[in-house]
Write a protein that binds this ligand. Sequence first.
Ligand code: DOR
Ligand code: ZN
Length: 346
Amino acid sequence: MQEITIRRPDDWHLHLRDGDMLETVLPYTSRHFARAIVMPNLVPHIATTKMAAEYRERIEKALPAGHNFTPLMTLYLTEDADAEDIVSGFHSGEVTAVKLYPAGATTNSHSGVRNIETVYPVFERMAEAGVTLCVHGEVTDPEVDIFDREAVFIERVLEPVRRRFPDLRIVMEHITTSDGVDYVKSAPDGISGTITTHHLIINRNAMLAHGMRPHYYCMPIVKRESHRLALRKAATSGNRRFFLGTDSAPHLDADKESACGCAGVFSSINTLSCLAHVFEEENALDKLEGFASLNGPAFYGLPANEQTIRMVRRDDAIEFPGSIETKSGPVTVFDPMFPLHWDVVA
Ligand code: DOR
Ligand code: ZN
């Protein structure tokens, strides 16, 4: 039996939602992960430090007894954002990062940014204070094909912002293309990229080639195989600029299996088993700790976790549930389409 021990991982991009959904999904993250960057795209969105503090308290209240987990809060950037509130929230430790959603890019992004230049004064203050900008890197111009949104965002938005604010720390979240990989690799220091578990495992055929699979529908949309391979290479390369952000994003099945289904893959339950499988396939199990536990804290200037987790490779496949129950109905669990053998045991 093989086994590995790594420092406890963190999830640098996570949707925990609120209310019943929060209570149901949080334990699947907090039993394995020590910290997570919590996305602010609730309704209403988390716009101020005060709202972030209240949301953090709701998360802490929902934590199962004995779970040791720290939510790292983010603010949702709007065109009328208050830069002073962002900076004071950051200095007080309540706010870890600010999230840029281009308006209309994904779930609850309608209050996001339409014209990037309107938030340049906010970026200026963030750059001075050292506040990280987490970016949903897709343009929403209807003229741009959905599969090209990330590459066009790099050219039209990200690179101009980076040039104008060279000191601004930026995480290009959930990169999905070789363009994203190349950009992060070749950018100056201060730019990183997160990669989700599911984008390492599925390509667009999984979503579209054998019937339309709404549970593989997410934003940014899964791309062609060559992009998936580029992501796997980046994640398993040991390059410190790449780290894990699962983007686990639960929606009720009824909302996904619909004529206009929601984007999001719920993977927090089996993410570590999936990742160990991927890293083993790439002969890179020794790089898993960097990707899941070390590179993220190094970028955010936080200490790596002292605790460890141990994973063992079982001969029999592990039985994960196909879905979990919430009070409002089931939520389907990410299906990697291969048996999972790596189990977190401690
Ligand atoms: O697939 C996604 N789901 N991508 C996002 O950017 C948002 C998320 C959600 O909140 O459901
Ligand atoms: Zn997300």
